[in-house]
Design a protein around this ligand. Structure first.
Ligand SMILES: NC(=O)c1ccc[n+]([C@@H]2O[C@H](COP(=O)([O-])OP(=O)(O)OC[C@H]3O[C@@H](n4cnc5c(N)ncnc54)[C@H](OP(=O)(O)O)[C@@H]3O)[C@@H](O)[C@H]2O)c1
Length: 238
């Protein structure tokens, strides 16, 4: 359990030292997303404290059902101060929000780009060491002149990622291929500029959990699709 072990001095002698195990606090922005709900469950199963930030009050019960504490945060309408208070005290912040299929270009900018950048701003101000961002494979390959919504989505992800990479944070940018709702396989392919592919949301969630808990992948950006390498092994080799 990385950063979860703290030495506590009892008196002034080394002999009086004892070690206590403390769970990490992970704040998930976009906490009611499909990946986010699976991630909350995976983190809770590994003994971590999870706070899932959702924009709809009706979603609080759902995140609590998977082991998280629900808080309200609309990343498109919150102030920097509100986001900062939401992430304050977190060991890790995960940005898992997205405008989603069916939304127009405007929300790609306001959620996928500006939301991720706001989460990074808030994490820096709150002194959160670790920020993990769920981006998308092929983000840097977007057609810069296209008005197609998918191309705008990719550009929004790419601009957010570039902003996150420039920060003095232990960031990790995870760029999955096309997401599917299949069961977890526990095996992935992780690397740079991978050929197009798919991955289950469950495997992405388990990878995010592994990165958060172990601390692997700091200041790294990579693609991920389904594959043959066990998730823990792939994460350790990043
Ligand atoms: N679909 C793919 O094939 C694919 C591929 C690669 C990467 N990705 C990325 O992977 C990530 C997770 O995907 P997913 O399938 O889990 O997405 P999802 O189920 O659509 O979840 C996205 C979440 O973001 C939340 N959200 C939207 N606007 C928000 C706002 N203003 N404030 C707070 N939360 C807001 C949504 O809230 P509501 O529940 O209230 O709507 C939703 O819960 C996304 O960033 C997505 O872009 C997707």
């Amino acid at each position: 359990m990385v950063s979860a072990v703290r030495a506590v001095a009892g008196g002034h002698t080394a002999a009086a030292m004892r070690v206590v195990s403390v769970a990490m606090k992970v704040v998930i922005i976009g906490g009611h997303g499909k990946v986010a709900l699976l991630l909350a469950r995976a983190l809770a199963d590994r003994g971590q404290r999870v706070v899932s930030a959702v924009r709809n009050p009706l979603h609080v019960a759902d995140v609590e059902r998977v082991g998280a504490t629900g808080v309200l945060l609309d990343i498109e309408n919150a102030s920097l101060g509100e986001v900062t208070e939401t992430v304050r005290g977190a060991d890790v912040v995960v940005f898992a929000a997205g405008a989603g299929a069916g939304s127009g270009a405007e929300r790609k900018w306001s959620v996928d780009r500006d939301g991720a950048m706001l989460a990074a701003d808030a994490s820096e101000i709150a002194g959160v060491a670790r920020l993990i961002v769920v981006s998308a494979m092929g983000a840097d390959l977007a057609d810069p002149g296209s008005t197609d919504v998918f191309q705008i989505y990719l550009r929004a992800k790419a601009e957010a990622d570039a902003s996150v990479r420039a920060r003095d944070l232990a960031w990790t940018i995870v760029r999955p291929g096309r997401l599917t709702d299949g069961a977890a396989t526990g095996r992935i392919t992780l690397g740079q500029d991978l050929a197009r592919g798919e991955i289950t949301r469950a495997d992405v969630a388990d990878l995010l959990c592994e990165l958060a808990v172990t601390g692997h992948g700091e200041r790294r950006q990579f693609d991920v699709v389904s594959g043959e390498t066990p998730i823990a092994q792939a994460a350790a080799a990043v």
